[in-house]
Design a protein around this ligand. Structure first.
Ligand code: K2U
Ligand code: ZN
Length: 180
């Protein structure tokens, strides 16, 4: 597996609609493997393919919080939200593509999702708590939507300016080429 560089906002690839996966082949299996490795290394509890510059409808998540518990890596291919609760939850979200910026986002408290697994089978599961928040955050990435898109224009532009500054600094530090 390979740890892949994570794109930093603003980046046009983070705003694109991703393409459905046509077949579960070795390329997709390698992508999922690299995404899980990259997520755990970040560390994060979720990661979407466009965050490493791959415009495919795939995200991974593992929201197990107890570090002594066994990890529960999930790979969701061509995911769809088939139901979401009226009841909402507010969570202070972050994003690996918008480092060190956090803001409260209100989302449905529970969602039911259907997806294709690496096993080629269709899966359907209902998520609540942090799993529901993360699944919706990752699904948004596949549609070019970031958590800052739920904020007011002022706060969003302030965060975007901070990220542009961070990218300029990283470029000046001469980070080895290929790091996003
Ligand atoms: O998609 C991503 O950038 C990974 C996100 C997933 C996530 C965001 C908000 C709320 C839940 C999940 C995070 O950066 S992973 C880091 C993290 C870890 C614990 C709690 C919240 C965020
Ligand atoms: Zn994110």
């Amino acid at each position: 597996m390979t740890i892949r560089p994570i794109l930093i906002h603003p980046d046009p690839r983070l705003k694109k609609l991703c393409d459905p996966v046509a077949a579960i082949d070795d390329e997709i299996r390698k992508l999922a493997d690299d995404m899980l490795a990259t997520m755990y290394e970040a560390p994060g509890i979720g990661l979407a393919a466009p965050q490493i510059g791959v415009m495919k409808r795939v995200f991974v998540m593992d929201c197990v919080k107890d570090k002594d518990a066994a990890p529960e890596p999930m790979v969701l291919i061509n995911p769809e939200i088939t139901w979401s609760s009226e009841e909402t939850n507010v969570y202070e979200e972050g994003c690996l593509s918008i480092p060190e910026q956090y803001a409260e986002v209100t989302r449905p408290a529970e969602v039911r999702m259907r997806w294709l697994g690496l096993d080629g089978q269709s899966h359907e599961e209902q998520f609540d708590g942090l799993w529901a928040t993360c699944a919706q955050h990752e699904n948004d990435h596949l549609n070019g939507k970031l958590f800052i898109d739920y904020l007011g224009a002022m706060k969003r532009s302030m965060i975007t300016r901070k990220m542009e500054k961070l990218k300029r600094e990283r470029a000046r530090e001469g980070k080895e080429p290929g790091l996003a």
